[in-house]
Design a protein around this ligand. Structure first.
Ligand code: CDP
Ligand code: CDP
Length: 206
């Protein structure tokens, strides 16, 4: 059986953490689709055109995930992500990944709405602005980045605004998504809720 789990939500809500844990628990493959947009964004920072970059993306572009997880690359990602041609160039790869035999978890902004509208399980992960900024700040400082909480909060707010307002595939919860507010949840509790939901839907889908 091939089951698809779609996880969307705003920046630093816990999507990736939950997606990785769900994939590990069920033995599914995991794709962090934000890395694709970050890789395109990074290539534009190096002077390349966004559409060309998206159309010629390779595994090598996303190999060093840590190098892509910086605020300047995130901003560039959110800018290129508003371009319909960039999004179109990345659709087939994501859909093929979602159909993997054995199951797949994809996390991003438009997985449950555009990439996999037929996904068996959809989660929309949220947390308050303040909680998300604190978590991402802690994470970046822990990796040695010199960035203030205010700068991180501004980056998240600007990206969320742009991601929700764009015309093509805006960030929004699918009508059939389960809303998971992780503001007061530990990672373990958030993961447990997600696993419970996937387990319920998986037995319903058999
Ligand atoms: O993928 P997304 O940007 O939505 O978030 P993430 O990278 O999974 O999580 C952002 C940060 O919040 C990470 O450092 C997680 O460890 C942390 N986190 C947390 O403290 N509590 C949660 N319930 C979920 C994530
Ligand atoms: O980890 P975080 O939530 O901060 O960001 P990300 O998931 O790595 O995504 C970076 C940027 O890529 C987002 O701000 C969006 O502009 C874009 N993105 C998108 O448009 N659609 C997706 N499916 C995933 C990411």
């Amino acid at each position: 059986m091939s089951l698809t789990v779609a996880i969307d939500g705003p920046a630093a809500a816990g999507k990736g953490t939950i997606a990785r844990a769900v994939a590990e628990h069920f033995g599914f493959a995991h794709l962090d689709t934000g890395l694709l947009y970050r890789a395109v964004g990074r290539r534009t920072l190096n002077g390349e055109g966004a559409i060309m970059a998206a159309q010629s993306l390779t595994a090598e572009d996303v190999a060093d995930a840590d190098a892509l997880r910086t605020p300047d690359v995130a901003q560039a990602a959110s800018q290129v992500a508003a371009m319909p041609e960039v999004r179109a160039a990345l659709v087939d790869f994501q859909r093929a990944f979602a159909r993997r035999i054995g199951g797949a978890v994809l996390d991003g902004r438009d997985i449950g709405t555009v990439i996999c509208p037929d996904a068996e399980v959809k989660l929309f992960v949220t947390a308050t602005d303040d909680v998300r900024a604190r978590r991402r700040h802690k994470e970046l400082v822990g990796k040695g980045h010199e960035v203030t909480l205010e700068e991180v909060a501004a980056d998240l707010a600007e990206r969320d605004r742009r991601d929700a307002a764009r015309i093509t595939a805006p960030m929004t919860a699918a009508a059939d998504a389960l809303l998971l507010d992780t503001s007061t949840l530990s990672i373990d509790d958030a993961v447990a809720r997600a696993i419970e939901r996937v387990g319920q839907q998986a037995s319903a889908a058999i």
